[in-house]
Design a protein around this ligand. Structure first.
Ligand code: C2E
Ligand code: CA
Ligand code: CA
Length: 732
């Protein structure tokens, strides 16, 4: 198309021989004649910064100026001649559509097109194009002027992009803000943000709720005002004021406090500085309501140190308080305290007869009464069961302690009304004083306990002050317990038999088995020295079994040796032994083992043993009766002597206590008691046995009162086995 190829084209050279001189359109006015001159035009077009071109429908580029070549990145006309206009277009279809439009008329149309340069670079250009019919060839040609708008486009796009990225970051910021405020509102903590100038910047609703503050707070109150309002609600508002002052001088501190409000709530309070790029912009305070957790914790601590039933301090807490008092007494000469050890008398009777529920009610009621007896500063505790202790703080002398013991006893003697039941109680109280240079709480408790036991032994419902003689006794009792265990192991227990006589026939009816301790060093020890300790330690149960077995074996032996005498054996059964659930079974096994007729066994039990647990006693007595075993009530008259209950029990005989028998004949009063007992027994169809008969005049009176069975030194002391055999032999 282009011929001849020029070696190197310059802008001023003729572009195309065919079109030279034609560009420029209509004829110019005469005055501008020189402009129509082809040379001038060529030069003008050649100098334009806009690219000028001429193509035909096929896309052959027929003419172009230097700027056009530059736009395409083409260096010579020769190179241009190898290029088709359609190929320049990134989208050649667009050019087809443009030409379609341009063909319709000669209007100048503008197109924005993207062109591809041979080197692959792209430019955006604005093409002002029109169609012109060539005068000579009649061919439809297209004249276009190109303005390179690549840079403008780029900067436009850059502007758009920066606009878009601005919008994007604004959206992100908004999202972050909404996330922050949702987070703020969603947390269960109250959050307050104070800026560097001390203004309330923001807070969440929870914060306002927790502090019962109005919403208008944000923006209207500064930190000082707010702290004032908050401090008013706090138990220790000053501490918070101090904290805020401290942060003014130390703004980088992180703080943690636990604060208590006047209404009882407890908050955890954290605060951390809010930093931005290293500078402190303010401070974030967060408040967490930990009231529930705190009170649960306090509840746990309380429970660990208090008795669940009465809510009194328990042993652990009491021991701790006692240790403190001991410490104080050591440091200060003018300080003394007393420890009271209380045991409710016959509490077991209440529990067993009225039920555990009433028993519990009673313990609670006692706890409340004890509290009423104390002065501020004193402590009452429940050690367990029916045992209470009282710590009397700061007393002058022992009379302070005994006065309060008196008051307690008076208080406890008043009847209790428990669910409609009237219940009477009393307490035995042991008192230990701080004066004895105690080191450990346990020692004090032990001594008060010993004194309490003494009070019980002396008849209950009284108090005793501990002295060292009691301690010595307690120690010897402990020793006794050890010795008793050894005695059981070594089978040191023997039995002596005291005959019981019939005043009618003069014959031996049977014997009472009385235990003796054959001590390897001390010789024979009588039961008065060890039965009580055996009872307290429970050893009596084991000793009792030894006695029962041996007594039955012995009786069987005599029955075989002296078949013509109907002999019975009376065995003492202690209260504790009587309470053993397997007592009846045990007895019946022993009887079977020795092939003994149950009717030859009599059991002696005391009133208290059956009164302590009447329902169980009635059942046990019925079972014994069913077996054919007889039961006598020992020491009758010394115990409860509530004659009204007697008919409820299966009792065969009353043994009139030695104390009544020994006094008859002297005053006369005891004769009346014996007469009453004899008449009572007769009325209830029971036998009477008088024990401890020592003198003939006693015998005479007993005989005159109608008492038919007797036992006592007047007839015979308790005898060893050989003497019994001799006695029986002599009587055959
Ligand atoms: P107790 O059951 O009242 O037994 C009678 C006590 O009176 C016996 O004392 C006996 O030796 C004593 N005695 C008998 N006649 C006379 C008398 O004319 N004058 C005086 N002053 N005393 C007389 P002992 O053997 O010392 O027993 C004392 C207590 O020990 C018994 O009193 C009984 O309660 C208890 N005991 C004895 N043996 C046993 C036993 O095997 N088991 C149990 N649980 N207790 C026993
Ligand atoms: Ca007896
Ligand atoms: Ca007796």
């Amino acid at each position: 198309m282009v011929s001849p190829p020029q070696p190197e084209s310059s802008a001023t050279e003729p572009v195309h021989p065919q079109i030279a001189g034609r560009i420029g359109g209509a004829s110019p006015p005469a005055r501008l004649r020189s402009l129509t001159d082809a040379e001038t035009l060529k030069a003008l077009v050649g100098n334009l910064r806009e690219g000028v071109y001429v193509t035909n429908l096929q896309g052959e580029i027929l003419d172009a100026n230097t700027a056009f070549l530059d736009m395409l990145g083409v260096t010579s006309l020769a190179e241009l001649s190898r290029i088709n206009a359609f190929d320049i277009f990134v989208d050649p279809e667009q050019r087809v559509r443009e030409l379609e439009l341009l063909r319709q008329d000669g209007a100048v149309r503008e197109f924005e097109i993207e062109i591809r340069r041979p080197d692959g670079g792209r430019r955006t250009v604005l093409d002002s194009c029109t169609s012109v019919r060539d005068i000579d060839s009649e061919e439809l040609l297209f004249h276009g002027v190109l303005v390179d708008i690549t840079e403008r486009k780029l900067s436009e796009r850059a502007r758009e992009e920066s606009q878009a990225s601005l919008e994007r970051s604004t959206a992100e910021l908004q999202r972050a803000l909404s996330l922050l405020s949702t987070t703020l509102e969603s947390t269960a903590d109250g959050i307050l943000v104070i800026d560097a100038s001390g203004r309330v910047e923001t807070c969440n609703r929870k914060f306002l709720e927790m502090w019962r503050l109005p919403e208008e707070l944000v923006g209207t109150t500064d930190q000082d005002g707010l702290v004032g309002v908050m401090a008013e609600q706090l138990k220790d508002g000053d501490a918070t004021q101090r904290r805020v002052k401290e942060l003014e001088t130390n703004p980088e501190l992180e703080t943690y406090d636990e604060i208590e409000l006047k209404d009882g709530r407890v908050f955890e309070r954290y605060s951390i500085p809010q930093r931005q790029g290293g500078t402190i912009m303010g401070r974030v305070w967060s408040y967490r309501d930990v009231t529930a957790r705190k009170s649960a914790e306090m509840r746990l601590v309380h429970d660990a140190f208090h008795d669940a039933l009465t809510n009194l301090p328990n042993r652990a807490l009491f021991t701790d308080l006692l240790a403190r008092s001991i410490g104080r007494a050591k440091r200060r000469d003018d300080y003394a305290f007393a420890l009271l050890f209380l045991d409710i008398d016959r509490f077991k009777v209440v529990n067993d007869s009225l039920g555990h529920l009433i028993g519990d009610h009673l313990l609670v009621a006692i706890a409340r009464r004890l509290e009423r007896c104390l002065r501020p500063g004193d402590t009452v505790a429940r050690l367990g069961g029916d045992e209470f202790t009282v710590l009397l703080d700061d007393i002058i002398d022992v009379s302070d302690a005994t006065r309060i013991a008196d008051r307690i006893q008076r208080e406890l003697n008043l009847p209790f009304n428990l669910s409609g039941q009237e219940v009477f109680t009393s307490a035995s109280i042991g008192i230990a004083l701080s004066t004895s240079n105690y080191e450990r709480p346990d020692d004090l408790l032990r001594d008060a306990d010993i004194a309490m036991y003494r009070a019980k032994a002396l008849g209950k419902q009284r108090y005793e002050v501990f002295d060292s003689a009691m301690h010595a006794k307690a120690v010897s009792q402990l020793q006794l317990e050890t010795d008793l265990r050894r005695a059981l192991d070594r089978e040191e227990f023997r039995i002596h038999y005291q005959p019981i006589f019939s005043l009618i026939s003069g014959k031996v009816l049977g014997f009472e088995a009385l235990v003796r301790w054959q001590h390897p060093q001390r010789g024979t020890i009588l039961p008065d020295e060890f039965v009580q300790v055996a009872e307290e330690t429970g050893l009596i149960v084991l000793i009792g079994r030894v006695v029962l077995r041996e007594a039955c074996r012995q009786l069987r032996e005599w029955q075989v040796q002296f078949p013509h005498q109907t002999l019975t054996i009376s065995v003492n059964i202690s209260a504790k032994q009587f309470r053993q659930p397997d007592l009846v079974d045990h007895i019946s096994r022993v009887l079977t083992a020795w092939d003994l007729d149950p009717r030859s066994l009599r059991l002696e039990i005391t009133e208290s043993a059956i009164i302590e647990n009447a329902p169980a006693a009635i059942e046990a007595l019925a079972r014994l009766r069913a077996l054919g075993i007889l039961v006598d009530l020992d020491d009758f008259g010394t115990g409860y002597s509530s004659l009204g209950y007697l008919h409820r029990f299966d009792i065969d005989a009353l043994k009139i206590d030695r104390s009544f028998v020994s006094n008859i004949g002297e005053g006369g009063e005891n004769s009346e008691i014996v007469r009453t007992i004899v008449n009572l027994a007769r009325g209830l169809d029971m036998d009477v046995i008088a024990e401890g008969v020592e003198r003939p005049e006693q015998l005479a009176i007993l005989r005159s009162l109608g008492c038919e069975k007797v036992q006592g030194f007047l007839f015979s002391p308790p005898l060893a086995t050989e003497s019994v055999r001799a006695l029986l032999k002599a009587r055959v």
